[in-house]
Design a protein around this ligand. Sequence first.
Ligand SMILES: Nc1ncnc2c1ncn2[C@@H]1O[C@H](COP(=O)(O)OP(=O)(O)OP(=O)(O)O)[C@@H](O)[C@H]1O
Length: 269
Amino acid sequence: MIEIKNLRKSFADKTVIQDVTATMKAGQCNLIIGSSGSGKTVLMKCLVGLFQPDSGQILYDGKDFVTMTDEDRKDIRKEIGMLFQGSALFDSQTVEQNVKFPLDMFTKDSHAEKLKRVNEVLERVKLVDANKKFPSELSGGMKKRVALARAIVLNPKYLFCDEPNSGLDPQTSLIIDKLIQEVTTEYNITTVINTHDMNSVMEIGNYILYMYQGNKEWEGSNKEIIFSKNKRLNEFIFASDFLRDAKEMRMLEESGKIPEDRNMDDMIK
Ligand SMILES: Nc1ncnc2c1ncn2[C@@H]1O[C@H](COP(=O)(O)OP(=O)(O)OP(=O)(O)O)[C@@H](O)[C@H]1O
């Protein structure tokens, strides 16, 4: 679990994270959403220690990441997996080498043990027969799988995903979302996802934090979001056709006029 308490961050005289308090639980996908410039990336960078907040607390299972010693921070960092926007694979290394990299960096396991673990996670992300391929030989979705395999190879307690669906078609995005959700629940990971993707919000948003101009404007689940009365949130989410459809479906369902072949549960998982 990651607890954020009264977090503030400024650059020069501009405050970009105002006073954010949120709880991101283990075993669920915690999504940060909001329009461009609302502070999602700065918040995530504070959470992983790339930015030092001005004040407030970030508790990793009770331990304050902001005030802890560098040594203690290193211990937490070892428990963090990161899935970067562009996958960030090493182009000159094979899939196997890419996924093995964190094991080489942080463990003293034998080569055979490392390979066993690499194959386990590649199988987990359903990527078989790709060990000897180079990133240039892979599709965008396959690259994301490799990046996800690398992010979970050290068995992280916390997983951060920055725009995991950027550059992917909707179907592949769904597959990647499902994989992230599966590993999150299976390994009880606290997963934090920075996203613009409204399909992801509806599919895997166990907890959603909506940021507006550096503030937490709204929080809730994917089941609650379409009924929110928050005007700013509504303007933001119903810019998406999919969500407008989803809300209309729910309204129709409630008024008993829903067409028999359409079911809201198919849209909200
Ligand atoms: N290193 C920095 N120095 C100064 N200002 C910054 C820095 N990083 C971000 N900002 C400012 O902080 C604010 C929030 O930026 P942030 O990148 O967190 O937005 P975002 O919600 O992630 O946007 P996007 O969806 O476009 O990625 C913006 O006004 C941005 O200009």
